[in-house]
Design a protein around this ligand. Structure first.
Ligand code: ADP
Ligand code: CDP
Length: 203
């Protein structure tokens, strides 16, 4: 069984996926972490983030470890996870994610994972696991999402909101909800409320 949870930036995908996966007793995978890892390695190498030929050779040691409690991304024996949510990575990741060669590499990593699992991102239900039997798509207004992010990062809400909105715009191509996804506005719900909505639907 595969459950896909897609949605816009900071809509709650990873927190909700983690809660759903823990309740089901299965791992979850965050596809955004792989795009973020490519971006971080590209930035560290001084590579052109729009050049797949410069990025692909950096990826031979990159591995995603799916865990119900929180995914980790490794480059050989170096854990990159803690460095993947910086403002610098946020600023470059949509450029990397627009590259078809990088998308193919990410998709191959995800499809190689054994089911059951919960997979979250932008195109899990449309492109990577189109035959998944259970699909969800999370939304919330830009302001609500920025207020939530501001609790995690020391930046002001309007700056976060502007960056989120710009990233949504750059990610539009791969971010359409699957026609068979249930769309959930997380704005009026608590985190547990979103998790329970999905678990009730699965039952
Ligand atoms: P994404 O993976 O989509 O970027 P996150 O899982 O990082 O989103 O969620 C962003 C933040 O919003 C987290 O700190 C999460 O706990 C918080 N949050 C607060 N309320 C909710 C809610 N109702 N639904 C989802 N996330 C929420
Ligand atoms: O946490 P947040 O929603 O801000 O981002 P994320 O899910 O970690 O994704 C980071 C970036 O990766 C997005 O802005 C997209 O550019 C890209 N991404 C994608 O294109 N397709 C996916 N399936 C997942 C992420």
């Amino acid at each position: 069984m595969i459950v896909t949870i897609d949605g816009v930036a900071a809509s709650g995908k990873s927190s909700v996926s983690s809660g759903v996966a823990q309740a089901l007793g299965v791992p979850y995978v965050s596809s955004g972490l792989l795009y973020r890892a490519v971006t971080l390695l590209g930035l560290e190498a001084g590579a052109d983030l729009a050049d797949p030929a410069a990025l692909l050779p950096l990826l031979s040691g990159v591995r995603l470890e799916p865990l119900a409690s929180g995914n980790r991304v490794w480059n050989d024996d170096h854990d990159l996870t803690a460095d993947l949510h910086s403002t610098r990575v946020d600023g470059g990741v949509s450029t990397v994610a627009a590259l078809p060669e990088i998308r193919e590499w990410v998709d191959a990593q995800l499809r190689a994972l054994p089911a059951p699992l919960v997979a979250e991102g932008r195109d899990m239900g449309t492109n990577v696991f189109p035959h998944a039997p259970h699909k969800f798509y999370l939304t919330a207004s830009p302001r609500v999402r920025a207020e939530r992010r501001a609790r995690e990062r020391p930046e002001d809400i309007p700056a976060i909101e502007a960056a989120l909105t710009e990233r949504d715009r750059q990610d539009t191509t791969q971010s359409a909800p699957a026609p068979d996804a249930r769309i959930i506005d997380t704005g009026p719900l608590t985190l547990q409320g979103v998790i329970d909505t999905i678990l009730n639907d699965l039952r």
